[in-house]
Design a protein around this ligand. Structure first.
Ligand code: BTN
Length: 331
């Protein structure tokens, strides 16, 4: 077989077959009978699989699947992904400026709900409030999800909060009792930021065309993967658990949780999530300053409302705010 495309297709099919029984040798002659190709073709295809980063043990007679690489490829993300919509179409890039920008272009040209865009590197990762998002290669997860909700645009802000809940549940499963949400949508482990969300909405009047949910998660960063100014305020799952984690697994867990959360949000808003919003809140009981446009509001964070708003006790009385940037005032 000389055609490289055919060989890659064959490699894909062999990969699917041999990874079903990891650690168990499978005979090259059985594979060549099964795929109706020569033993040489099987050897060439196994070479391609190895070049993709998979760990195999191969001899002339046998091939054993050992391990998949922790790369955010569409094959790895899509492998046994238990969702119906989110992640069923995957655009996986090596390097992009910002996955949110690519997702917006795809959405504008009709990409279906649930399409995701991932990258190993972002050269201009964007954060909220025109900040940048530090996106070193192969350490983090940089993903943007296209959603096309049919509810009106005024319900869009809650989507960041539902995403924060899905993210917090995911991170909590790695770091029990240490995960928090700094309202509205920063995820913290023991007070340091581990993940952030940038939600961008395109609407015509009240009708939502699409929402791009951009999520950055610090997974396998070591301390020196962060620039100096972030080192004391940011962390990663690896720094806390002291183990390198599979980014592919973490992303898949998050996508499954996000789909659940989104279904719930479409049916019931945030009303049934109030206990979890309170449980994760890193603000309740603290003195805070809230920057809301040009206004700075001083107060004590009392609660999270059923609609996801932050309830503050101020000198002017109790108020409820739906957006803003909060800083905890150390007393
Ligand atoms: C924040 O906390 O300020 C939000 C950070 C959001 C970063 C993610 S990484 C994937 C997606 N692409 C971007 O350019 N930004 C978001």
């Amino acid at each position: 077989m000389n055609d490289p495309t055919h060989l890659e297709t064959l490699a894909d099919e062999i990969l699917l077959t041999i990874r079903r029984r990891p650690g168990r040798a499978q005979s090259v002659s059985a594979l060549s009978r099964r795929f109706k190709v020569s033993a040489q073709d099987i050897a060439d295809a196994l070479g391609i699989i190895t070049a993709w980063g998979y760990r195999l043990k191969t001899t002339r007679q046998e091939a054993t699947f050992l391990e998949a690489p922790d790369l955010l490829t569409s094959t790895e993300i899509g492998y046994k992904l238990k969702t119906k919509t989110i992640g069923q179409t995957i655009h996986a890039y090596h390097s992009v400026k910002s996955t949110n920008d690519i997702a917006a272009q795809l959405a504008a040209s009709g990409a279906p709900e649930g399409t995701i865009v991932t990258a190993e590197i972002q050269t201009k990762g964007r954060g909220r409030l025109s900040r940048s998002w530090h996106s070193p290669p192969h350490a983090g997860i940089y993903v943007s999800i296209i959603l096309r909700p049919t509810f009106p645009a005024e319900r869009a802000p809650g989507m960041s909060i539902m995403t924060a809940l899905a993210l917090a549940d995911t991170i909590e499963s790695y770091c029990p009792d240490r995960t928090g949400i700094k309202w509205p949508n920063d995820i913290l482990i023991s007070g340091r930021k581990v993940a952030g969300i940038l939600t961008e909405l395109t609407a015509e009047g009240r009708r939502i065309e699409y929402v791009i949910i951009g999520v950055g998660i610090n997974v396998n960063h070591r301390a020196d993967d962060f620039p100096l100014e972030l080192r004391s305020i940011a962390t990663s799952v690896r720094r806390v658990t002291r183990h390198k984690q599979s980014r592919v697994e973490l992303l898949k867990q998050f996508l499954v949780r996000l789909e659940k959360e989104y279904t719930r949000y479409q049916k019931r808003g945030l009303s049934t999530s109030r206990t979890r919003m309170r449980w994760y809140s890193s603000l309740i009981g603290n003195r805070v300053k809230l920057a809301h446009g040009r206004k700075i509001i001083d107060g004590v964070a009392l609660d999270i409302g059923a609609d996801g708003s932050l309830i503050l006790e101020t000198q002017q009385g109790t108020i409820s705010v739906s957006s803003g940037e909060v800083t905890v005032v150390k007393t």
